[in-house]
Design a binder for this molecule. Structure first.
Ligand code: GDP
Length: 298
């Protein structure tokens, strides 16, 4: 499938390592667990999550009286999957009047992801409006406008440097007047000034709550999957300044660090809602932990 192909680098890095361990050991001993641990850490599942997986694997091996290393593979897959358990992913904003705030630092793929999401919603028959509230860079406004034109959706923008909250205010009024289904807002993510960022997001949230209380609200953070553990650290920082409801993990097609999706769900408890596996509109896919684990190991 497309997902399997998109995740091929991560698949190679984790699965080939794991497979050689399962075939290389004749008994389940400490070295066996250590090698699995190393492989998972190399695959960017993170030390903390990896330790939990190994602990869980040991318990499963004991409980089921497994003696043969090759019989451990399914147990390991189950252990990894269990670390990701956050229940079924919800996409309420798709079928309701909603506002989706999208946050992320420069270069992670924020604009591209918003463009893909807008295009997909439009294809589903929803009316979409974009708000260019990342007003810090003129290029960001231009790029978002290009995506809006390409996808045939409306956009509310002001000039570079204008107040993001003012853009959001305009966009909310326009969304209400046009009876737009989904308003997707490109907002900033300058983490180097967390106090300002927090203030900005608070102001934006206040406007949405006051002007558009009937709208369902979603706050998505975009993270670059190729940065591995840095993506996890970034998510933690965003968690301090916003009520994040989901993650968009991009560029998973170009990286062997895809295991970071496991670490994000396990350590932060935030659902990965979408993954980016390419540059085209259809290359933003809904994330499903079962499919993900199956694509990696199946
Ligand atoms: P922004 O600064 O966060 O808005 O980042 P952009 O949306 O401009 O994306 C930065 C670069 O990453 C662009 O060249 C995008 O085409 C690319 N990109 C974004 N998402 C993906 C993805 O899922 N896969 C790949 N291969 N490239 C991506």
């Amino acid at each position: 499938s497309r997902l399997v192909k998109g995740l091929s680098k991560t698949r190679e890095s984790i699965v080939s390592g794991i497979d050689s361990i399962f075939s290389g050991f004749s008994s389940i001993d400490e070295d066996f667990y250590e090698e699995i641990e190393e492989t998972l850490i190399m695959g960017d599942l993170g030390i903390h999550t990896t330790e939990k997986i190994i602990e869980d694997l040991r318990a499963r091996v004991k409980e089921e009286h497994i003696k043969d290393p090759s019989a451990c593979k399914q147990l390991l897959i189950d252990s990894i999957r269990s670390q990701m358990d956050l229940g079924e992913n919800a996409y309420q904003f798709e079928n309701r009047t909603s506002v989706v705030l999208v946050i992320g630092v420069n270069g992670v793929g924020k604009t591209t992801s918003i463009g893909k999401l807008a295009g997909q919603m439009k294809e589903m028959g929803r009316s979409v409006l974009l708000a260019a509230a990342d007003t810090f860079r003129a290029a960001a406004i231009e790029q978002l406008t290009e995506w809006a034109n390409r996808s045939g959706v409306g956009i509310i923008a002001q000039k570079e440097g204008s107040d993001p909250a003012a853009v959001i205010y305009d966009a909310v009024q326009a969304a209400k007047a046009r009876k737009t289904d989904v308003l997707i807002c490109d907002t900033a993510g300058r983490l180097h000034n967390k106090k300002n960022l927090m203030e900005e997001l608070r102001k934006i949230n206040r406007i949405i709550e006051k002007e558009y209380p009937e709208a369902y609200k979603e706050t998505l953070v975009v993270l670059d999957g190729t940065t591995g553990q840095n993506a996890l650290a970034q998510a933690r920082q965003f968690q301090e300044v916003a009520d994040i409801t989901g993650i968009i993990l991009t560029k998973m097609d170009g990286t062997a660090k895809g295991g970071i999706a496991v670490a994000i769900q396990s350590e932060l408890g935030i659902p990965v809602k979408y993954i980016g596996i390419g540059e085209k509109i259809d290359d933003l896919q809904k994330f499903n932990a079962d499919e993900f684990v199956n694509a990696l190991f199946g």
